[in-house]
Write a protein that binds this ligand. Structure first.
Ligand code: ADP
Ligand code: MG
Length: 310
């Protein structure tokens, strides 16, 4: 903006009415939008006002050209130059294009889906795509019910879903799609690949920052724990990590989703009961399971394995 203006002002100040200057003025005044604008505002503008605005008109014509050609050297990419009246002076304003606004909105939606150690394609998951490629399953209608009741009363308690089903049926995809839809309505979700998170927690004991990460996860307005039960749990992860998260979610009545290859019953008996040292701790397993049951409804997802390389 500055450069174009300076160039023009320099020419104007030199008062040396060279051919170059004449040509520039002619080009500017021949522009359809410039003529239309001057016509429209003729009552409010003196000849002197127009002459004083030549630099801005020149900037407008140049930037409009670049805008049309999508020239990357344009002053404000994604913004369309428009003329406006600024008292007795014509000015250029840069108006965001539809495309830019759409991109901004899409970025904001993405921002609201916090994905920790999740596959990249989860960000592209949408319920619309899910509907097309899958029969209207129980899981989908339950997901829509959740979204409906949550968005009408985000402060109230809503039982979320425990998606259970074999490898590749689309459990993780559905969680991503739910998070995406909620993000469109302005709600923030955190998707956590639980087995990876458990490993990170173990590592962060040494760095003494278990608290911070754990806090961020447990406080998320909507939490989705993916692939729970995929790895064997140590009793520390079960009681001091998972247990603490679930306890907080219950206390604060915060929606919490789960996905697992195992049913709730299997999870309790085969994964939560046995600690890594081989001791059975059925009571502790029961306590965790009670919290999971309180927070979510078990939904069996059936279908073919969608993984391309499977
Ligand atoms: P699971 O978590 O049950 O093991 P995923 O959600 O990872 O299964 O799904 C397996 C693959 O199929 C992924 O690549 C995922 O992107 C894709 N997928 C799953 N459901 C759909 C769907 N409804 N539409 C499009 N792609 C899907
Ligand atoms: Mg999965």
């Amino acid at each position: 903006m500055e450069d174009v203006g300076k160039e023009m002002s320099k020419i104007l100040r030199s008062k040396d009415m060279t051919a170059k200057y004449e040509a520039l003025i002619q080009e500017v005044l021949a522009d359809k939008d410039v003529r239309f604008f001057i016509d429209e505002n003729r009552q409010k503008l003196t000849n002197d006002d127009i002459i004083k605005s030549y630099a801005k008109l020149y900037e407008f014509v140049q930037e409009k050209k670049k805008f049309r050609l999508k020239d990357p050297t344009m002053i404000a990419p994604g913004y369309e130059p428009k003329l406006m009246l600024n008292f007795h002076f014509i000015d250029v304003t840069y108006v965001p294009t539809e495309a830019l606004l759409a991109k901004k909105e899409a970025d904001e939606i993405r921002e609201r889906v916090k994905a920790m150690d999740m596959p990249k394609d989860i960000r592209e998951a949408t319920l619309e795509k899910f509907e097309i490629t899958s029969e209207r399953s129980e899981a989908l209608s339950q997901a829509l019910d959740f979204i409906d009741s949550y968005s009408h009363d985000p402060k109230g308690f809503h039982k979320a879903l425990y998606l259970q089903g074999s490898f590749g049926v689309g459990k993780t995809y559905l969680l991503g799609a739910i998070a995406h839809r909620l993000a469109k309505d302005g709600f923030v979700s955190t998707l956590v690949h639980f087995p990876t998170f458990a490993v990170e927690m173990k590592q962060s004991i040494k760095q003494d920052n278990v608290g911070e990460k754990l806090d961020a996860v447990k406080r998320s307005p909507i939490l989705m724990l993916d692939d729970i039960g995929a790895d064997s749990l140590s009793s520390w992860i079960r009681d001091d990590i998972l247990g603490v998260i679930l306890q907080y979610r219950m206390q604060e009545q915060l929606p919490t989703f789960f996905s697992s290859n195992f049913s709730m019953k299997q999870l309790e008996e085969e994964h939560l009961t046995v600690s890594q040292r081989g001791e059975e701790e059925p009571l502790k397993a029961k306590r965790i399971m009670e919290r999971i049951r309180y927070l979510s409804k078990e939904i069996n997802m059936i279908g073919k394995n969608r993984r391309k390389n499977a």
